[in-house]
Design a protein around this ligand. Structure first.
Ligand code: 5GP
Length: 129
């Protein structure tokens, strides 16, 4: 079972921003920038292009809606989208509020308090529809 499956099942806590039957979105615990969000399919799959086409398109559609909510909740130039997966072998889309190229590089990290994480998650969740 992946660490993200444990998060989805509530065995490990997360700052959830959105959920439906098939997908779960929550804040990255080591964010590149405030509001850095991960969107994952509940069905565990390692690599994004191993998803069947319907699941892939569903993931993109759900990510689109989450990105719209982040855009409303977090001031930034634009939302960047990245898929890597070298650390956690459970498909996830990174949605990152970008202020500069550095925010997209995974080299610069933001330290946030529990209250800050919770506040951002609430704000994104409020804007998700
Ligand atoms: P990747 O697999 O795309 O290289 O990166 C995995 C991402 O998952 C990283 O940005 C990392 O900070 C995030 N991550 C790893 N473990 C946890 C966790 O337990 N909780 C949360 N919220 N994020 C995690």
């Amino acid at each position: 079972m992946s660490i993200f499956t444990k998060i989805i099942q509530g065995k490990i806590p997360s700052y959830k921003v959105a959920e439906n039957d098939d997908f779960y979105a929550f804040l990255d615990i080591n964010p590149n920038a405030k509001g850095h969000t991960l969107v994952v399919p509940k069905k565990e799959e390692n690599k994004i292009f191993d998803l069947d086409e319907k699941s892939y398109l569903g993931l993109m559609q759900f990510s689109y809606k989450v990105a719209k909510a982040i855009e409303k909740a977090v001031p930034c130039e634009r939302i960047g989208m990245t898929v890597i997966g070298l650390e956690v072998p459970h498909v996830h889309v990174h949605l990152i509020p970008l202020h500069s190229m550095a925010d997209a590089t995974f080299g610069k990290k933001e330290k946030l308090s529990d209250d800050e994480f919770q506040e951002i998650a609430n704000e994104i969740a409020k804007n998700f529809s």
